[in-house]
Design a protein around this ligand. Structure first.
Ligand code: ADP
Ligand code: ZN
Ligand code: ZN
Length: 732
């Protein structure tokens, strides 16, 4: 092959497992984007490398259409990580790479930093007297607004000033009175820096231990009770990493990337920070990504997908609340950002800190066997003590709209003292069941094996699984009776009950419904922080990332949800959730208390919660996992299938199993029998799953590679929607 036409392997975003060969007359570097013909379309792919020969005959090779990058936008380290991830999760590399790129780069835009476009007055514009524009009111309004806006205004802001702002700008621009500029994407704060508090001795020794090992891959599990000052430990380590001129990547769960947290970083370091989360627009996301990648942002703070952000000079990775479920992507490329982060740290030879008050059993086991160094912060900072936990035995107490009498009494006492309370209930809406009290009929979702939730304010029955919406039936379709009533409580109902019991109290509800409007959550949190709220009632949105220093009571309304759940992780999740919510209470000088309403007060999980005994719980839970051969004592992969008819998904899985058996997974890898998913029908589709289990990771992955390769080719597999979930977080 002449130098004029070399062959390159290119990953394109398709569900196919292999890369494609293309010809190019210009030299291409791995990690650069190219536009290529694909079928009858054109696609943007990423160059993997040059190959000497193609399996395709030369006559069938097509040439790239355009080279988009002169240098790699994905450095070899990230390209290598993505290849590993595609292998490990048995997902097509083209799609994996696609996931890792900001949308603008997927679309072929240039990787450049730019802020919003803003309009400003030119010196000529500034000397114009707006009164001379009497006959052009839109131009006059725009001109006046720009006169007082020192940093300029963007199109959106100007549109609020005049409906005809676009035309007005055009006219003003033609006269040379306004010009457009790029605003700095994220300016460094120039206010006063906040110095770190004096670290306590546990924090100091944690920092010392980590800072001593900045020289290579060293994984740390930082187990610190809520309020023990883990974030301060991260900040001190990051300070050291900054001093070495290196970058820090901090991953946080989606829900905790609040302006408060970002502010805490910004006030501590006078250095650019790139923030990456799902709330950004695409230009902001691209800018943050490029600044991280070019090393211009020494600190990168982001949620799940930020784990793939290239760093010019990586120094440390922090995964805060490492147990959190939002690190696992639940569709498409189903990766765990925590696990990918550990692999990334290992490949880039940098330390990684996994922090949590309630570490996952996987990480804990790694720490116990010495794979991770375990660092403990057993106490809260300063004089703060752990809250007292009391169980309310609901077998004896009659709740009224979900609230038992002792809980209401304590709430009243807190109101009296001017202290705040949190009530936690992991169920939004008014009531989870709309039922006929004559015959027992309950309103079902037509498309799911689930009941509809009553939303009172909206006067609708909603399905929380598929989003379907129905009118609230007033007559029972089964017996024609009219005694239809809500059964059970959701946050909306509890909010109403609180208003009834405590008419003078200021109540804030925090759940997906009450915070869907942009900025609503921030506004609610602000009111809570400024003491403009007395009682917060909410779902697990309350459990993470927010500290409420004036909260002295946490009530857990239905703790038993999940106690005997179908998933092997149910009790681990429940424990983490209650411990996290409880941890919101009683910081600093105000001791907190936690009241848990339960019908199973004798369950060992609650005894451990009362003692704040994470290790006691973990001991019990790990034993259970070992006996039942579940992770972390085994490795799982779940083949899922779904179809519009009840049998097709199961039939597919049976065929997939037949395909698996000759691969003789044998003793090391068990392929169980296909079963319907715990909630079989969802959004009109029937779902089934096939579990594969192994005590060893290597044989499991060897088997999966062969199996997936065959499935990808098998004819029967083309008719069914299927996906493989490696290390599944949920079993439904
Ligand atoms: P965590 O991340 O473990 O929940 P944080 O680092 O957020 O804990 O600390 C909890 C609170 O205690 C914060 O308000 C923080 O400013 C404060 N804090 C942390 N460490 C110290 C310390 N050594 N001295 C005084 N206050 C501290
Ligand atoms: Zn009925
Ligand atoms: Zn539904």
């Amino acid at each position: 092959m002449s130098a004029a036409s070399r062959i390159y392997q290119v990953a394109v975003p398709t569900p196919l497992y292999h890369a494609f060969d293309y010809l190019a007359t210009v030299p291409l570097v791995p990690g650069a984007r190219v536009r290529v013909p694909f079928g009858r379309r054109e696609m943007i792919g990423v160059v993997l490398g040059e190959v000497a020969q193609s399996e395709l005959p030369a006559s069938r090779l097509r040439a790239i259409t355009q080279s988009l990058d002169a240098s790699a936008i994905l450095p070899p380290s990230i390209l290598g990580l993505l290849r590993w991830a595609a292998d490990y999760y048995h997902h097509p590399l083209g799609e994996v790479i696609h996931t890792a790129l900001p949308v603008r780069l997927r679309q072929g835009r240039a990787p450049v930093v730019s802020g919003a476009k803003v309009w400003m007055l030119t010196p000529e514009g500034r000397s114009v007297d707006p009164q001379t524009l009497k006959r052009a009111p839109a131009q006059r309004h725009v001109l006046e607004a720009l006169t007082v806006a020192a940093e300029g205004l963007d199109a959106e802001q100007l549109a609020q000033i005049s409906q005809r702002s676009a035309a007005a700008l055009k006219a003003l621009h033609a006269k040379g009175w306004v010009s457009s500029h790029q605003r700095d994407p994220r300016p460094v704060l120039n206010g006063e820096l906040q110095s770190a508090p004096d670290l306590n001795s546990d924090q100091k020794s944690s920092v010392t231990a980590i800072v001593a090992r900045l020289d290579g891959f060293h994984p740390f599990l930082l187990h610190g009770v809520t309020g023990s000052g883990k974030t301060e430990v991260y900040l001190s380590v990051i300070k050291e990493v900054l001093a070495q001129g290196k970058q820090s990547l901090v991953l946080v769960p989606e829900i905790s990337l609040t302006p408060q947290l970002v502010g805490r970083f910004e006030r501590r370091f006078r250095t650019p920070i790139a923030v990456l989360h799902s709330g950004l627009n695409e230009q902001e996301r691209l800018s943050a990504w490029v600044r991280a990648s070019e090393g211009k942002a020494p600190i990168v703070l982001g949620t799940r997908s930020a784990v793939f952000t290239p760093l010019k000079n990586p120094g440390v990775i922090v995964v805060d609340e490492e147990h959190d479920g939002s690190y696992k992507q639940q569709d498409g490329f189903r990766y765990s950002a925590r696990d990918v982060a550990v692999m990334r740290a290992s490949r880039e030879k940098i330390p990684i800190i996994l922090g949590s008050a309630t570490p996952s059993l996987e990480s804990l086991k790694n720490a116990r066997q010495g794979t991770y160094a375990l660092i403990e912060l057993p106490e809260r900072t300063g004089s703060a003590v752990m809250p007292q936990v009391r169980l309310l035995d609901m077998r004896r107490l009659k709740p009224s709209e979900g609230l038992s009498l002792p809980l209401r009494e304590v709430l009243a006492a807190k109101l009296e003292k001017g202290e705040q309370s949190i009530l936690f209930l992991n169920r939004r809406g008014f009531s989870p069941v709309w039922m006929c009290f004559d015959c027992g009929w309950v309103a079902p979702c037509k498309r799911c094996d689930a009941q509809l939730t009553l939303h009172h304010k909206r006067q609708k029955l909603l399905c929380h699984h598929c989003g379907a919406e129905q009118e609230v039936a007033q007559r029972c379709p089964s017996c024609q009776g009219e005694k239809l009533h809500p059964l059970g409580e959701g946050t909306e109902r509890v909010e109403g009950a609180l208003q009834k019991f405590f008419p003078q109290a200021r109540i804030e509800r925090i759940d997906r419904d009450s915070t869907s409007r942009k900025g609503a959550l921030e506004e609610k949190l602000r009111r809570v922080h400024e003491g403009e709220a007395d009682i917060l009632v909410g779902t697990q949105m309350l459990s993470k990332g927010h500290d409420f220093p004036n909260v002295t009571l946490v009530g857990i309304l239905n703790a038993d949800q999940g106690l005997y759940g179908t998933d092997f992780r149910s009790s681990e999740r429940l424990f983490q959730l209650i411990m996290q919510v409880s941890g919101r209470a009683g910081r600093a000088d105000k001791p907190g208390e936690v009241l848990i309403q339960t019908w199973h007060p004798d369950h060992p999980l609650f005894a451990a919660l009362q003692r704040h005994d994470f290790h006691g719980f973990a001991e019990f839970a790990l034993n259970e996992r070992q006996e039942t051969n579940y992770p972390p004592y085994s490795h799982l992969a779940l083949l899922r299938a779904e179809s519009p008819t009840p049998d097709a998904a199961l039939k597919f899985l049976h065929e997939a199993r037949t395909l698996a058996l000759p691969l003789s997974p044998g003793k090391e890898v068990q392929v169980l029998v296909p079963v319907a998913a715990p909630m079989e029908r969802r959004a009109g589709r029937y779902r089934a799953q096939l579990l594969v289990q192994s005590s060893q990771r290597a044989p499991l992955h060897e088997f999966l590679s062969q199996w997936v390769a065959q499935l990808a080719e098998a004819k029967f597999a083309k008719k069914t929607r299927w996906s493989l979930d490696v290390d599944p977080a949920d079993m439904y």
